[in-house]
Design a protein around this ligand. Structure first.
Ligand code: ATP
Ligand code: MG
Length: 162
């Protein structure tokens, strides 16, 4: 299904804004439409997990989740970054968070619920879309998750329809 990514992610963010009124959601979305061919249900699962993690793994008084969307026309890809101001992840453990059942702090995360599968599933879904997912983090300061996806090149006339 070909989807306008800005619209798609806006609807997901809106849903979180309604459920988490105390969290500050900052949106820096692209001005132009970016069309991606995705399975919307599967991709919703990906972003639901990333955003839930951003909120869940934070003890800050004022939680903040920032979204940046950028299109790289030259490479025909788009990147979204989702940055939180939460607990962060220790150096050397950042890449492990995409492993099945891996959880950074077993004692603490056990009480939080979850299985440690969310990001492993997210990675499978993103890669099935020819995309990539990775993370950078600074312990105590926060984490940023990046997702890149191929985007669609539409013929000149097709833009009008949207
Ligand atoms: P599930 O998603 O299955 O409910 P989960 O959230 O523990 O459980 P993942 O989403 O795969 O599983 O995340 C794996 C681990 O990576 C988490 O347990 C947590 O330790 C760490 N992690 C993920 N996202 C963040 C984040 N934004 N900030 C800090 N740690 C994170
Ligand atoms: Mg999770």
């Amino acid at each position: 299904e070909i989807i306008d990514f800005n619209l798609f992610i806006s609807q997901i963010i809106e849903r979180f804004e309604m459920s988490y009124k105390e969290v500050d959601f900052v949106k820096d979305l692209a001005n132009d439409s970016i069309f991606v061919e995705i399975d919307p249900d599967k991709m919703t699962q990906v972003f639901d997990n990333i955003i839930s993690n951003a909120i869940k793994y934070s003890q800050k008084e004022q939680k903040r989740v920032e979204f940046h969307v950028k299109q790289n026309v030259f490479f025909n890809r788009m990147t979204i970054s989702i940055k939180d101001n939460g607990l962060g992840i220790p150096k050397g453990k950042v890449d492990k968070i995409f492993d099945r059942f891996y959880r950074v702090d077993k004692a603490r995360t056990r009480q939080m619920g979850g299985t440690g599968l969310g990001l492993a599933i997210s990675k499978d879904i993103v890669e099935a879309h020819d995309g990539k997912i990775w993370a950078t983090s600074c312990e105590g300061h926060g984490t940023t998750i990046y997702v890149t996806l191929p985007c669609e090149l539409l013929e000149a006339g097709e833009w009008d329809a949207n």
